[in-house]
Design a protein. Structure first.
Length: 328
């Protein structure tokens, strides 16, 4: 569950196959509004106290905040058989499993049944991060993390239930100072540089268990090539999503596990980092709220935890929220 998730809301996209890319041609979309509470326990979060006290290799303090935010997307579907689509916004399928990202792209359904999407994910609002997260006893200063990503998705490959999701992203930091307060050599400090390139892939298979019921297991691989070897890592993971669409009630429950292995010794702690990451995410929708057909009640609940061999990087987050969605 990403930090940006704590500012958003969602709507669930039915996972059943249908002819074409939409029920009707032309412009369709949705607007959602959601409020709730989010809590983060992380040394890397700028929501925490800007001054870290005590020993460096200790866990962060928990901070909780009320959240409120809008979200939406729009699609224009056209072509013979409604097989072409231009889209902008946040994917409902992504949000239903706890991922939030703005996309602008194009989607087409091929004669083989494969649905292919290409999209661009820009950074509209920079993420605030600590310039030097290892500073102790003095106020840490914030800097901005930005980047852009490019995504290729192949859904229902050759008419099957297999899907492949791939992405490439670049990450930049305005004022990288990691390790500048630790008295490291220039070479050691360079190993903590966080900028770099990320390659992501996910292979999934959708299995229906009955009318409106099913599961989607997935395998995830991620490679981050950072400027600093101690920040470079590989991630191997798995996801299992259960979905239930019965009557007005729609539920998507996703559990995931990731193992992250870093390439080199972190000079701030004298060992190479490795993480076990666990998360669970529940998305719920009640359709036709107040008997208004395009209006839905929506709710999100999520929890994630990182258990690292370096206590400084231990982290947990949770989210509870409620809102409404209007489709047009």
């Amino acid at each position: 569950m990403k930090t940006t998730l704590l500012l958003t809301c969602f709507s669930i996209l039915p996972l059943c196959a249908s002819a074409g890319l939409a029920e009707r041609g032309g412009l369709t979309g949705e607007i959602s509004v959601l409020g709730g509470i989010a809590s983060t326990d992380s040394n890397l979060s700028t929501n925490a106290n800007d001054t870290k006290t005590g020993s460096l290799n200790t866990e962060g303090s928990r901070e909780s905040d009320a959240i409120f935010g809008p979200l939406g997307n729009a699609k224009f579907t056209f072509g013979e058989g409604l097989d072409k689509q231009i889209f902008v916004g946040t994917s409902r399928e992504d949000i239903a499993i706890g991922i939030v990202a703005l996309e602008v792209g194009y989607k087409q359904e091929l004669k083989s049944g494969t649905q292919i999407s290409v999209s661009y994910l820009p950074t509209l609002l920079a993420e605030d991060v600590w310039a030097d997260p290892f500073l102790i006893g003095s106020p840490r200063t914030e800097t901005e993390k930005t980047g852009n990503a490019y995504r290729l998705q192949l859904d229902r490959i050759a008419g099957s239930m297999w899907s492949l999701d791939m992405a490439y992203a670049q990450t930049e930091f305005d004022n990288e100072q990691s390790g500048s307060s630790l008295g490291l050599t220039a070479q050691q400090q360079q190993t903590l540089a966080r900028e770099g390139d990320t390659f992501y892939s996910k292979l999934s298979y959708r299995q229906f268990l009955g009318k409106g019921l099913g599961v989607t297991p997935a395998f995830v691989y991620l490679k981050h090539d950072a400027d600093g070897d101690a920040m470079s890592h590989q991630t191997f993971g798995g996801e299992l999503t259960y979905f239930s669409f019965l009557g007005r009630n729609k539920i998507v429950l996703t559990g995931s596990f990731n193992y992250r292995d870093y390439d080199a010794v972190n000079p701030a702690f004298g060992i190479a980092r490795n993480d076990n990451e666990y998360s669970a995410f529940l998305a719920y929708e009640y359709a036709h709220l107040f008997e208004i057909h395009p209006l839905s009640l929506i709710s999100l609940a999520g929890y994630s935890h990182i258990d690292s061999n370096i206590a400084f990087y231990n982290e947990s987050q949770y989210l509870l929220s409620l809102g409404i969605t209007y489709r047009f």
